[in-house]
Design a protein around this ligand. Structure first.
Ligand code: AMP
Ligand code: MG
Length: 409
């Protein structure tokens, strides 16, 4: 019996939870995009740090307004003004701009549009609600509270919040070191001519490097290793010494030149091999020394799907990310096309989710789903996830789709 996809994923995450956490480093906020917090971040200040005006308008005292709807103007407060020595006579109002400090005695700011200027002063046209248009101290972030917990992946909005706190540096986990190599006698590095008809380009190593860059890993590229057990073992040993995680592509299936799995058996431990998923059945997972190992199948679509579905969550967990911010949004929609499926494996077909002319969401297959058809990914924006025991699906039936996350954008 093959492992189910969920079982395989659980095994990966369980192995990740048993590894020693990465060391910390202190870095500038500007370099922290997509990094993971290594300690909780406590706010050193209140945001806003003082009561301030949400509008361009007039600051008033409630009891003044109750007495008269027209108040003479006593002065103006601009953003950036220091009002510690402000003198504000009762029975008057103050002109105030957005972001300017609101005096303690003010009960409200009245927006300019609800007033008119008269010879006797400012005429307030409507009733005043106490507290209106005043942004209160600490309303956004309170001083000495946890803004983000440890294990948070930092996005542009989260870094923007940290900038409002004035933090120029923060402590994050060091980058995960990932070593990778491709296996296959047929492989030629991109940029070089294919010298014979059985040669192909090593596209997987290129794809994997892009994916690892997106996930902020430190990449150790060990190039192309021929289908030679001795060289594969050497490469695996070198990789495991330098990295937290070792990735390979190819050589994990049942062919006569598939040596990666046997090399893993000899050098370390296999946790599992083969998953009931399509594409991506010949996926190997194990450990060599301190490093975890994922052997990805060689077909380019299988490499991409298994990386996305299995290696991505593993890398996020190993990187210290507690609650993945790259999690997958999935929901049910009708398929606008028939879908070919044989029972036995969980399918991750590629689809295009779009709205039809009735304004409803529906999904269309990208066509041929072979694990060598890289074009099946190109126009896709989602996976059509078809349960292990499901057979063919007809047009109009409901299916589960999983939107691609930022990794594939
Ligand atoms: P394998 O898993 O080694 O049996 O390879 C399965 C298929 O993927 C074969 O058609 C290989 O030629 C192809 N393949 C293997 N490695 C790569 C690679 N690095 N880039 C592109 N295709 C590959
Ligand atoms: Mg091969």
């Amino acid at each position: 019996m093959l492992l189910t996809f969920e079982q395989a994923k659980q095994k990966l995450l369980q192995a990740a939870s048993m590894t020693i956490p990465l060391a910390n480093e202190r870095i500038s906020l500007i370099d922290a995009l997509d990094r993971i917090t290594a300690e909780s971040i406590i706010s050193p200040i209140n945001v806003p740090s003082f009561d301030n005006s949400a509008m361009d308008g007039y600051a008033v005292r409630e009891f003044d307004i109750e007495k008269s709807k027209i108040l003479p103007l006593a002065g103006a407060i601009f953003a950036g003004d220091d009002i510690s020595h402000l003198n504000w006579p009762t029975g008057t109002c103050l002109r105030i701009m957005t972001g300017a400090p609101v005096p303690n005695e003010a009960d409200a700011v009245v927006m300019q549009e609800q007033t008119e200027i008269t010879n006797a002063g400012i005429h307030f046209l409507s009733d005043i609600k106490a507290g209106s248009n005043i942004r209160r101290i600490g309303e956004d972030v309170k001083k000495n509270t946890v803004v983000f917990p440890k294990g948070k992946r930092l996005t542009i909005p989260t870094l923007s919040t940290l900038a409002t706190l004035g933090l120029a540096q923060l402590t994050v986990f060091k980058k995960l070191k990932v070593a990778l190599f491709s296996t296959g006698n047929e492989l030629t590095p991109i940029g070089q001519p294919l010298s014979y008809s059985g040669a192909i380009y090593d596209s997987n190593r290129f794809t994997l490097k892009l994916l690892l860059t997106q996930l902020n890993c430190e990449i150790i590229d060990l190039g192309i290793i021929p289908d030679d057990p001795r060289q594969i073992k050497q490469a695996l040993m070198a990789a495991a010494k330098q990295a937290n995680l070792v990735l390979t592509s190819g050589g994990v299936s049942v062919g006569d030149a598939d040596y990666t799995k046997t090399a893993l058996e000899e050098l370390g431990q296999i946790n599992f091999w083969k998953i009931a998923m399509k594409p991506g059945k010949p996926f190997a997972f194990g450990q060599i020394g301190e490093a975890l190992f994922c052997g990805l199948p060689g077909n380019p679509v299988s490499t991409l799907v298994t990386f996305y579905q299995l290696v991505q969550p593993l890398i996020l967990a190993l990187s210290g990310n507690v609650e993945s911010s790259l999690s997958n949004l999935s929901f049910k929609v009708n398929t606008a096309t028939d879908l070919k499926k044989s029972p036995g494996r969980l399918d991750f077909q590629r689809g295009v989710l779009q709205t039809n002319n009735k304004g409803e969401l529906e999904v269309t297959t990208t066509g041929q789903q072979g694990s060598h058809i890289t074009q099946s990914f190109n126009h896709a924006n989602c996976f059509i996830v078809l349960d292990q025991e499901l057979g063919n699906v007809s047009k109009g039936e409901q299916v589960t789709v999983e939107l691609f996350n930022a990794l594939l954008k």
